[in-house]
Design a protein around this ligand. Sequence first.
Ligand code: ADP
Length: 445
Amino acid sequence: MFQKILIANRGEIALRIQRACRELGIPTVAVHSTADAEAMHVRLADESVCIGPPPARESYLNVAAILSAASITGADAIHPGYGFLSENAGFAEMVEAHGMTFIGPSPAHIRMMGDKIAAKTAMASLGVPLVPGSDGAVPDVETALAVGKKIGYPVLVKAAAGGGGRGMKVARSAEEMEDAFRIARSESLAAFGNDAVYIEKYLDRPRHIEMQILADSQGSVVHFGERDCSLQRRHQKLLEEAGSPAISPEQRTALGETATSALRKLGYRNVGTLEFLYQDGQFAFIEMNTRLQVEHPVTEMICGVDLVREQIRVAAGNALGYTQDDIVFNGHAIECRITAEDPETFMPTPGRVTAYHAPGGLGVRIDSALYAGYFVPPFYDSMVGKLIVHAPNRLEAINRLRRALEEFAIVGIKTTIPLHQKIIEDPEFQAGDYTIHWLERFVAR
Ligand code: ADP
């Protein structure tokens, strides 16, 4: 097992990883920017190192500073969390070149899945169904128009290097293609330094269903079922459920087998998530994330597994020690992402949290680094916490979520708690009857 783990992240996920390490008896090193000197992940760490000024580029993305922090503290492994350097193959390579373990997949797999065109090509060859679209990258408008004609409008122009819902543009007809193509390309270049784009059929009423996978270095691959992440605004997830209200146990098993068999053939290791769009009874792969997801707790709740502990165990070379048959799904879980944003305008609301009270009780979990007196800095992602509930079934989970949201008090800054309270009272949400486009219409009305 590792002697000491450096956690190259901040906020709730840094705490989440720290908690798993503590339970495993592994000391941790926190890194932080000057803006985060008072952050909870720093206060609770065994050791901490300041790695730079507030902008992420100079701190949480500062590879040299992070590697130096690991080396001066004697860490032998680095957990990247999500976001920041978690899907940076070059970083993973450098960690390994410095004789430390990167807690995640191989750099080659990170690189492959980070290029969505390469990811789709690989998945197709491994027998995974895809959303219909262009055969690889689309170099110019003429080709884009030819693809549009072939697969039919509307289509979505997507960045090969995309992430966080950026670099995506819909073209509803041939007339809209030139603009969509040009904008997707320039957005992609600006955001990711890469202007490669591809085209997919734009699905009008899909659900976003993703499969949680775990693999050891000995070739064992299991799945922990699906999450339904259809509730999105600007292609960003807001509320997630496990399991999906739209998927039967048989569909879960079948999709799980498709995903595990593909990753077994690929020789993948550590955690991963295959994302699919689901419409008219068909699953179609869109991308794979080669890291822990924000929404992993809903899976943990229904499977009774600690995914971060599993990541650490398999990264240290341990075999899974169990098989698919040992994984039992229990009840229903829902997660609300709570952000420091105005619940109506979605403007960020950084500032001082003057009072804080987290809900508790049976089946309630809070993953957050907030505390009374904490100043939410303006420099980073606006998510300040996740409220996760678990109950024997979906109706009881919603009832539990309602009372937990009522108990939750974050005073001093506006948060999206009132938005979640509205969503869960909607009859369509309660019936589980929603697609990826539902929330945009809900917030607009
Ligand atoms: P990112 O990496 O930026 O998150 P994804 O490919 O995962 O990009 O897509 C993010 C979201 O965009 C999906 O969850 C879905 O809501 C929407 N989306 C992606 N592809 C399509 C498509 N072909 N048709 C309709 N919606 C799509």
